[in-house]
Design a protein around this ligand. Sequence first.
Ligand code: BG6
Length: 501
Amino acid sequence: MTKQTLAAAPPCTLFLFGANGDLVKRLLMPALYNLSRDGLLDRNLRIVGVDHNPASAEDFAARLHAFMVERDKGGEGSAKCLDEKLWARLAKRLDYQTGDFLDPATYQALARRIDKTRHGNAIFYLATSPRFFPEVAQRLGQAGLLDESAGGFRRVVVEKPFGTDLASAEALNACLLKVMGERQIYRIDHYLGKETVQNILVSRFSNGLFESFWNNHYIDHVQITAAETVGVETRGAFYDSTGALRDMVPNHLFQLLAMVAMEPPAAFGADAVRGEKAKVVGAIRPWSAKMAQKNSVRGQYRAGKQGRKPLPGYRQEPNVAPDSQTETYVALKVMIDNWRWAGVPFYLRTGKRMSVRDTEIAICFKPAPYAQFRESELERPKPNYLKIQIQPNEGMWFDLQAKRPGPELVMENVELGFAYKDFFKMTPATGYETLIYDCLTGDQTLFQRADNIENGWRAVQPFLDAWAQGGEVHEYSAGEDGPEAGNELLTRDKREWHRLG
Ligand code: BG6
């Protein structure tokens, strides 16, 4: 999917609620800059920051500019090499509206900014704290800003986290759906903006080869890992009330699971793709409390080291309770109850402060029959893996066994691989470019539908409920790959985690 061949998106007024927050400066503005550089924004697109701090359009633009310059220097993120001329073109589109999110007057002011130059089109991007999602949506509805009867589109983008459990996610969906239609809602999961995640569908469904072995006859189990080296950084308060399970599993890891496990959609359109994804996430077996306890491992990092660098423990991080029981690591075993995957466990793990940054899916195949090698060291060949690496070393690799040259029959692990960097010129991107462009053009394929989100929480809820009854939070040292109990989740099934990196 190359955007270079695409036309500029239609004009609209893009309101960024939470304009002074981190998301806008770190990701949304660099993504808009990249879209503008690639000619994908209409020249009449207007970007209006909305926040409670009094500021002018010039202040808003200057603050964003300072950040873009800073990230060039510091090498943060991906909007490197800021071109001042291009920035000036984008800055001309920027505007700012001071306003309290709870005050109806704010919404009257926004209404006055939507005009005919942009055909009455407007997008309301909720880059705010989640407690404002229902509040803002309701007020947008009350102010008539979500009414499309005059012809212009009205869309609402909702950031993560979408709820904190099944009941709150259902309540939020109900609240949004009271004031707008599902077709107006764009629920973001930034993993869907990653090229490597989108590529899972393309690889699976445009190469006939894969379908022939993509099932429980040939696949032994699947591992999905999102390992991070970072700790909780400045987000201690948020993270301490969230934990690794809520932060990563019902959203990012389940998106990866859905991409790997879904049935082929009848078309590559939003309804067909999202329908299949919702179905497969809905087929995750809801564990009983006992099974949820048995099939999950929680961990929390203690002080440790990354190389020689000492790292603080989680409880020493700013804004984290000194006796916190919040998990910074989680490993789960889930089963998908459908014909394709019956009997194939999916093992999921994610953690902060692990040894390497590595988001990958490892598909482990059933071993070859080995009777013919009884007398040799080949008696127990290692299983074949297909590794789909989402980041940072993007690509796909098959682990195969090969005969080491020489008179002896000795086998060795070799790799058959495809690295993105060897085939494609990867222009720096934040991952939000495609998502913003798709929202501007009305393509919901890469956004989560209500049923997908609720099915995800439904599968996670048994773990939340079981943990609320007790159970151990295992310790691991920062810089290590989680607690030993995380490994035992697999060794008890006579399997092991694919090595990271
Ligand atoms: C966010 C989580 O949604 O995803 C963070 O809140 C996590 O805790 C991040 O670090 C991971 O995203 P990525 O793109 O770095 O894998």
